[in-house]
Design a protein around this ligand. Sequence first.
Ligand code: FAD
Length: 501
Amino acid sequence: MKPARLTAAGQSPALVWFRLDLRLTDNPALVAAVQHGGPVIPVFIHAPDEEAPWASGGASNWWLHQSLDSLAASLRGLGSQLILRRGPTLATLQALVNETGATAVFWNRRYEPAVIARDTAVKEALRRDGVAVESFNAALLHEPWTIQNQSGKPFRVFTPFWKHCLQQAAPPVPLPAPCKLNAPERWPKGLALAALELEPKINWAAGLKRAWFPGEAAAHAQLKRFLQAAHANYGDQRNRPDLTGTSRLSPHLHFGEISPRQIWYTIASEVGGRNPSSKADRLRPSAATGDWRASQFLTEVGWREFAHHLLYHFPQTPALPLRQDFNRFPWRKDAALLAAWQQGGTGYPIVDSGMRELWTTGWMHNRVRMIVASFLVKDLLLSWTEGARWFWDTLADADLAQNTLGWQWTAGCGADAAPYFRVFNPISQGEKFDPRGDYVRRWCPELAKLPDQWLHRPGQAPPEILARASLVLGRDYPEPIVSHAIAREVALEAFASLKGR
Ligand SMILES: Cc1cc2nc3c(=O)[nH]c(=O)nc-3n(C[C@H](O)[C@H](O)[C@H](O)COP(=O)(O)OP(=O)(O)OC[C@H]3O[C@@H](n4cnc5c(N)ncnc54)[C@H](O)[C@@H]3O)c2cc1C
């Protein structure tokens, strides 16, 4: 197939295929389209079937709707538009090439196995059609295939991985947004955003609406707020779900409303104490600006990199444990226990608070994610894949790389994982990380009147304490669905049986 019109180099349109890079700044595909010289046609194609079995869940789709709305508004500000279509992707891009006479298609890379396979096929087919195609890194500090250990293999342990990343040349300086986008003579037809049906039909998203402002501008405002208010205490407070101690940037990062390079250079200038002024400073910020790269916050962004590194090199891991001995783990199947966990009805307040926060806001604090995940796989002996699937459907920041790493880490079957025998105690974790009980009182208000001493252990509270708090266990709040002490022993036996075989 040959493009129909306007084929003169430099004047023909270029398509920019937006995906998880819903921003105008630091967007290399968009910049390449501008540099192509002709009109720029921004496109988003909704093709959930092509991402199966990991098509976005409900909370993620809610975010996507708002983020596309915001991107479309920003594009209108540049005299442009966002053309929305439904998949299949290849046929849609080919149709757009035909309708517009585009001679080039640009996009930023993604790293999920099904998406890599799809994108490779799209790239080859478009090139066969005579269309110039180029893809870029816009989501990571370093491409996964550029980071290897001394044996030329992928890293499986975080600390040497991140140390190695920090020894590389600094990531490219973020690109500015284009000032203007040339419009085509005639815009191709697109769908209305509502036609993509990303927002829920029944209104369960009120909590998400209250909690979040999706979009590029909001992402940068959030980073700024975090750096002003919480970053200095991040090391001490990042494990406290009762405080606003973390950045809450994860959904913005997942949807590419802000890039890790932008975070890197913002930290360099704000935390490094001065703007990296010379070009040399920008390329080698460690020498120039001291140890800002060792900031705990940037290290967490490093965990995000590590997650993508692992998913790229071990693409089977969303479904299968990295440690193959775990294939034989005797997981239970129990729909009632799973439902109690999903609905925040386990009788362990920190677990129930986390699961209710997740359902209401589409997000959960990292420490609590670890606690609820440990409870599922160790106290209930349900497979980490059941938990990963529930998170996938309910998290606004659901990310295949990070979700897989988080679950395999907790279950003890992944790279650099917590050893299986380290079983979180949901009571002492609650007491340690929510010491005044503010988090539990917010998400389990039926427990609010319990004194702090019993708040994280209502199942052990004396009857007179429960009576004074007007609390009847089994009526107002569940009895613990398992005894943690017994469940811990059973989990350790199951783990030992794995080793024995
Ligand atoms: C079982 C489990 C499942 C998880 N699933 C996801 C997921 O689907 N999507 C997701 O974005 N994160 C996931 N995480 C990681 C982490 O919980 C969230 O990234 C974090 O809570 C987001 O909050 P924040 O933006 O305030 O983080 P901050 O503490 O401010 O950290 C800044 C950024 O670093 C990255 N980051 C922080 N902690 C981690 C971590 N442990 N692993 C990987 N990256 C990290 C995130 O992109 C985050 O936005 C999961 C963790 C666990 C234990």
